[in-house]
Design a binder for this molecule. Sequence first.
Ligand SMILES: NC(=O)c1ccc[n+]([C@@H]2O[C@H](COP(=O)([O-])OP(=O)(O)OC[C@H]3O[C@@H](n4cnc5c(N)ncnc54)[C@H](O)[C@@H]3O)[C@@H](O)[C@H]2O)c1
Length: 270
Amino acid sequence: MANNLLKGKRGIIFGALNDQSIAWKVAERAHEEGAQFVLTNAPIAMRMGEINGLAEKTGSQIIPADATSIEDLENLVTKSMEILGGKIDFVLHSIGMSPNVRKGKHYTGSNYQFYNQTMDVSAISLHKTLATLYKHDALNEWGSVVALTYIAAQRIFPDYNDMADAKSLLESITRSFGYHYGIKNKVRVNTISQSPTVTTAGQGIKGFTEFINFSEQMSPLGNAPAVACADYCITMFSDLTKYVTMQNLFHDGGFSNTGVTQQVIEKFGE
Ligand SMILES: NC(=O)c1ccc[n+]([C@@H]2O[C@H](COP(=O)([O-])OP(=O)(O)OC[C@H]3O[C@@H](n4cnc5c(N)ncnc54)[C@H](O)[C@@H]3O)[C@@H](O)[C@H]2O)c1
């Protein structure tokens, strides 16, 4: 259902890889709600070319950018303002990647070059993006930046590996930059902590299928689907949430506040 919640707003959406990506759903919903935006992803991720279909469907242009490269981010921010015809109102950071997870390294035996890459891609890229926007005064007052995170930032989920450390850092950058950008320009910065979701990044985690089933049974409302996450992002980009900033917002069907459910208890009586 479209309500013109983002009518007249300009955005940058990172991280749409294929139609399973959470960012893909956000782009579709933002388009329905009347926003104009630029799509971006790492040049290497664009080789598949799937993003072209999304750009066509939403009337958007694509600007490749490796989110760890300041040079790429400078180009992205300045070109986006040119293309969209003014300052930006919303940004979605939907980026995650761990070479330690990809290469099957155990957390206790992390490769530190990989570890640094996990931090750079999955967390410091948010700092770099915000710093580039800040430097170019590229965000309008009451602009909204949302990054996606996971509850492994607060609690141990062993197979989430060094991504847990990256998400903790991501959430801390959200608070710290949220403070400075709030003071400077009334810009809001928040993270949304999403249920496990079937996407390329999600499926990279060991034991993901068992885990998604466990999470489903531990959530009173069930796991939140990607489209519902997109709806929440749209709300956070809209003017209806102007005074929400520096928060980690759980979008998880109640998982984060559940100790145990009857369904799970019963499994132990078997
Ligand atoms: N899928 C889940 O279970 C889940 C749960 C909670 C949070 N999240 C978070 O949601 C976000 C989006 O992930 P997704 O599940 O939609 O998976 P996805 O694989 O579709 O998206 C991850 C994106 O990160 C991009 N990326 C990787 N390295 C990059 C770089 N150097 N520069 C720019 N982009 C880069 C990838 O190209 C891809 O588009 C991630 O932050 C992820 O951690 C996912």
